[in-house]
Write a protein that binds this ligand. Sequence first.
Ligand code: SAH
Length: 242
Amino acid sequence: MDRIRVVLVGVEGAINLGIVARLSVNFNVDEFYIVNPKASLSEALEYAARAKNVLKEAIVVDRLENALEGVSLSICTSAISREESVLRIAVPPWEAARIGSMTRGTVALVFGRESVGLTRSELEQCDLLSTIPANPTYPTLNLSTAVSIYLYEFYRRRNARQDQYIDTSAVKLYEAYVSALARALILDEKRRRDVIIAARRIALKGYTSRKEIENLTYLLSRACRRIEGCKVEVAIDNKSGP
Ligand code: SAH
């Protein structure tokens, strides 16, 4: 992970916004994005202590997709996770930090509104979902408290740094074959989306060796060749092909 980007979506409280700006300095965050804030940025300055510049230089955008431009890995956060729904299967913060540290480029951590969190379509825009394990009868933390736990984990991991990097070109090719097969074989749109999300997350969460993912991609490419209508939609770079 070369850079960490904090993205606050629809932040409502000026105190939270100020504290998150301060945390971003405490834990060496490189980029601070705010999507469609409801809180007053000038009021938040009062709570930012020595991090006023972070707020003044924050990049404010209208939509989450704009805040995710140029990001190699995006991690949405939520108090709610469930094993039954693919979109809601979550990794804990220390696991998110491990995966982040294996990714080259910019890693984005995305936090939701104090009232309703992140919407389903926002969650779908992230590569991974992460949840801080907490009391099941009341797992929702205050926004800035949740941010502090993530930034601490990422800071620790970043300074330990012996992790191997994920080869994103190998993962992209694997994803392209999964998508092509899913488009050719699965008619139900929700099911298809779930399969694609699950395949991407499996690759990002589990894989450490380029050779392993290339072998899986090889199998998928052989299957794709035999199936009518299976069309891969990426420019295939020969160097990263199976
Ligand atoms: N009622 C909202 C609560 C949002 S709390 C909801 O149901 O989603 C505001 C934000 O803090 C969340 O969107 C998330 O980014 C973060 N957050 C709060 N508790 C968390 C937890 N246990 N794990 C991960 N993130 C959490």
